[in-house]
Every structure is written in structure tokens, then in C-alpha cells.
Design a protein around this ligand. Structure first.
Ligand code: AMP
Length: 311
């Protein structure tokens, strides 16, 4: 089972209370792919500039991620700089340079056409929409976005939301999108915009799934009540960048690895999302995800189980 992902492949400059990095490999599609590659095969659509060389590409290919859909063009790669000095749970964007993404027109390599799962990672909703249109036969579509696109690209984003099975965003973004400060009513308003389910990430406090009237049903029944999965309390959060995309990679990667999407699979996927998010924040950039071993993932999943098991 293969997931096709479109989203930013970038260089980031990051400052956190633990230190700073002026240039590290980042981007929503990068974090997503590294996390999801632990569960299933991943194919990436994106664009990079001349500053993105074989060394950067090998971070992905070493994890068997298919990068044939990453176009190399003259110019500079997407660049984002952010600070977590004020709040570790929420990035303050200092600078966003779209660079080569500004004139990007996604092409889907023929080898990617049979992908069954599609992830529309954070990027211009017009690009998300374009890739969605070019992949009409996929079985399931999940997506992400952020305040940058919610603020000034609302109409384009609205069209993307209509075609989603699951939208994954953080709680600030959900409230901003719904123009409502109460999480429950905001979630309902976002569900009314189209996605069948909404996964709201609360940073260090975990994530909550909300289900619309076209909710998922499976062998163990239909889901209607919200479901909350924990996050792992960590001694040190070094760099929260990419936690959301890594959550999405664990979540969707696990779903793609399963024979069917049942409510139980959905709930377990929320836990795998938390597991991958918790690894991402332990080091700067993608460092921790680059060499992650399957045993570490399973050990941490067991820890998540213990953390929230009642009986
Ligand atoms: P998150 O998982 O939300 O922490 O995502 C962090 C990644 O998103 C960083 O590596 C950035 O390169 C990327 N990013 C930041 N702003 C944008 C944007 N406006 N569009 C697409 N990607 C972005």
C-alpha cells in the first residue's frame, strides 16, 4: 500500500529554548514521509531548488521514500523560519519564502498513479487541489493546513476541505478556521465544511478526533463520540517543528498498513501519530526521525498504552 504525499520540502531556521539551527532540512512533506515510511511505502510530490542536493535527498531515499516526484528547478527551495521562544506549543513564524513553490505545477510520475492513499500536506491549497484532481482513484485522502493558508487563501482551502476524509490541524487552527473559540463547536463547524473526520492536535496534550455524520464504520461499529489520544510527557522538547506532520505520518502510515479502516484502527492510528510526534520533538529538525528503529516505535507505543489504560 503506497501513500502519495504533496507538500513543502524545505529548509528551516529554528530557534527554541534548547538552541538554534540556521538551516536544517524541513518541510511538511519531509517530516510526513519520514514518519510514514516506518509503516508503508511513501511517494513524494514537491519541488526543490539548487540548494537541495544529493545529501538532502538521501535523507529520504535512505528510508526507501520514493523521490522521483520531487522536481529540481533553478532557484531556492521553500524556506521557513520560526521561533518557539515564547511558546513551545506554537511556532511563531518569522519568515516564509515560497521560492520555487511559487510557480510549481505538480506532475504525477506514471509510477505513482496506482497510489491508494493521498496526503495533502501543508502547502498552497491550489497545489493540494491540483494533485487531488490528478489522483481521482485514491481510496482515502487526508490533509493538513496552517494559519498562513487559512488567513489569506480561505476560498481555495474551502474547496480542498470538501474532498477530504480526514483533516488534521492543531487546535488554534481549528478555532481560526471555524471562527469559534470553543473546541467542540469549532470542530462541528469544520466538519460541516467537508471532512468526514477531524483530528485536532493539542501539542503536548495529545490529539482529539471528531467524527461527522458520514463517520467511519467498520467491524466494530460506527464512531460518533470524539476520541482523545494522549501525548507522551517528555523531559525535554528540543524542537517542536514537524511534530504535526510526523503525527500525520504515523497516523496515516499506520492506516495504510492495515487491511481495512475500522474504528479500532482509527484509534490505534491516533496513538501511532502521538508516538511519531513524540520522537520528532526530541532533536532538532528531522534528526531523530532519520535513524528511528521499528523496535523503538513499538516500545513507545506500549508506553502510550500504559499511559492511558484504564482496566
Ligand atoms: P509542523 O508539523 O506544523 O511543525 O510543520 C513544520 C514544517 O512546516 C516546517 O518544516 C516548515 O518548513 C513547514 N511550513 C511552515 N510554513 C509553511 C507553509 N506556509 N506552507 C507549507 N509548509 C510550511
Amino acid at each position: 500500500m503506497a501513500i502519495l504525499v504533496v507538500g513543502s520540502v524545505a529548509f528551516d531556521a529554528i530557534e527554541t529554548p534548547s538552541g538554534r539551527r540556521d538551516r536544517c532540512l524541513g518541510g511538511a512533506a519531509t517530516y510526513f514521509s519520514l514518519a510514514a515510511s516506518n509503516f508503508t511505502s511513501v511517494r513524494v510530490i514537491g519541488v526543490v531548488g539548487e540548494d537541495f542536493g544529493p545529501e538532502e535527498e538521501s535523507v529520504l531515499t535512505r528510508r526507501q521514500i520514493d523521490t522521483r516526484g520531487i522536481e529540481h528547478v533553478p532557484g531556492k527551495s521553500f524556506f521557513w523560519s520560526g521561533s518557539y521562544m515564547k511558546n513551545l506549543n506554537e511556532a511563531q513564524t518569522l519568515n516564509t519564502e515560497l521560492n520555487v513553490f511559487q510557480s510549481f505545477s505538480p506532475k504525477i510520475p506514471p509510477e505513482y498513479q496506482d497510489s491508494e492513499y493521498l496526503f495533502l500536506a501543508n502547502i498552497d491549497p491550489l497545489l493540494q487541489e491540483d494533485v487531488r484532481r490528478k489522483m481521482p482513484r485514491v481510496k482515502m485522502v487526508c490533509g493538513d493546513t496552517m494559519n498562513y493558508w487559512i488567513k489569506d487563501h480561505a476560498d481555495n482551502l474551502a474547496r480542498v476541505l470538501k474532498g477530504l476524509d480526514v483533516l488534521l490541524i492543531n487546535d488554534g487552527e481549528a478555532k481560526m478556521l471555524a471562527k469559534d473559540n470553543n473546541l467542540l463547536s469549532a470542530a462541528q463547524k469544520v466538519l460541516d465544511m467537508g471532512p468526514k473526520a477531524l483530528v485536532v492536535k493539542h501539542g503536548e496534550y495529545g490529539a482529539t478526533a471528531f467524527f461527522g455524520s458520514h463517520s467511519f464504520s467498520g467491524g466494530d461499529g460506527a464512531v460518533t463520540v470524539p476520541f482523545r489520544a494522549p501525548a507522551l510527557p517528555l523531559a525535554e522538547v528540543v524542537d517542536p517543528t514537524g511534530a504535526g506532520d510526523s503525527f500525520a505520518g504515523g497516523f496515516f502510515g499506520y492506516i495504510a498498513s492495515q487491511p481495512a479502516l475500522t474504528p479500532a484502527v482509527f484509534r490505534r492510528a491516533m496513538f501511532y501519530g502521538g508516538v511519531m510526534g513524540s520522537f520528532a520533538v526530541e532533536r532538532f529538525g528531522t534528526e531523530r526521525l532519520q535513524n528511528l528503529q521499528p523496535k523503538e516505535i513499538e516500545e513507545r507505543f506500549a508506553l502510550f498504552r500504559q499511559l492511558s489504560h484504564l482496566d
